[in-house]
Design a protein around this ligand. Sequence first.
Ligand SMILES: Cc1ncc(COP(=O)(O)O)c(C=O)c1O
Length: 425
Amino acid sequence: MGFTTKALHSKPIQNDVHGAMRFPIYQSSAFEFEKAEELEAVFKGFKYGHVYTRSSNPTIEALELQIKAMSGAFGVIAMATGMAAISNALFALLKSGDNIITTKYLFGNTLSLFQTLLSDFGVEVRYVDVNDVEAIKANIDAKTRLLFCESISNPQLIVPDFQAIKAVLSEYHVPLIVDTTMTPWNIFDAKKHGVDVEIISATKYLSGGGHVLGGLIVDNGTFEWQNHANLAPYCKKFGSNAFIARLRKETFRNLGATLSPQSAYLLSLGLETLDLRVQRSCQNALSVAQHLQTKSEVLRVDYPLLKESLSYENASKQFSGGGAIVTFSLADKKSAYAFLNKLKLIRRGTNIQDNKSLAIAPFHTIYAEYPEEQRFAYELNEGMIRLSVGIEDVEDLIEDIDQALYVEVQTLQESEPETPYAFDV
Ligand SMILES: Cc1ncc(COP(=O)(O)O)c(C=O)c1O
């Protein structure tokens, strides 16, 4: 079956008792049983069932099965947010004294998690250029427990060569964990390209409407967990399901970042149209990026599928779409803010992959907590705009961008006259 057919026709473990065609929202914290023995059996995992929504719930499970069908994954756990998915995966795989390899090109809150909480808990974070396999090799030692990167870094748009990374990691039995939020399964077959575990902010493309928060941990079943020092003990009991079992029975259950059944329902609706929306926003994003290249006010445009992009080679060989995000730079903060403030259709906001197009200046917002020199080192600049391209009619987006750029030049001329005003003389 094709991607969208699977999204529409995946089956829950048990059909609804009334035959509802859309799996219902089980908005219940706990579930009751006829017999005490039955409750004990479900608690111990000897019988199928749900006991308490913090650990599992039928509506959330139906979403997890839908995702399993669409992605071809071995195991899926849905949770409250993308950040919850990242932190749960790390807590399940790491112990104090371990180290991880990553890159400095990461979503701002992920970077913040790595720089603060992970170090506080005694995990060393080693930053390398993930496209330099020799640097990766040089940083692996007996305590390296994973490599983490993003499929397209947000917002620098750097694309790693996953098979090259995987080839190195396999030698040392280190799993490749990738935040694939920017590239859903219909444009990137992460499993085929060597990604062992995918972390996804479901808040983004999967929901589409920008109406719900959610996160996913997807185990592609490609890593042999008995080779991972911290999971080997779980393999004795759970075999190849060790990672998901540890999450479900320990990390995720104990940290408590549960997705609400209502949100699971909305995400499930979103999945049905994922392919249509992603194809449209990718086409729009490429057209917008190409249009921006023609504008004299724009100093630099980046989009992974622009031939001029440094990521073009890796993106074009691994992805069938470049994602929703286009970044471009205007002269400085003043020009960037003038542009943002003149937008009439594109919304000023921080989300990405919404059906609606959204724009933000990451240097002054998402990364504002970092010292300036660090922000420059992260390849950000004061005039940078991150544009998340939605599914509007592309002509309307281009018209909005053009009028905002045009007015920006006029505004600058008005506010910076060649001859300074002499009122204060
Ligand atoms: C690439 C990426 N990963 C993770 C996250 C965090 O997701 P959430 O906001 O659902 O916690 C974001 C949020 O913007 C993101 O862009």
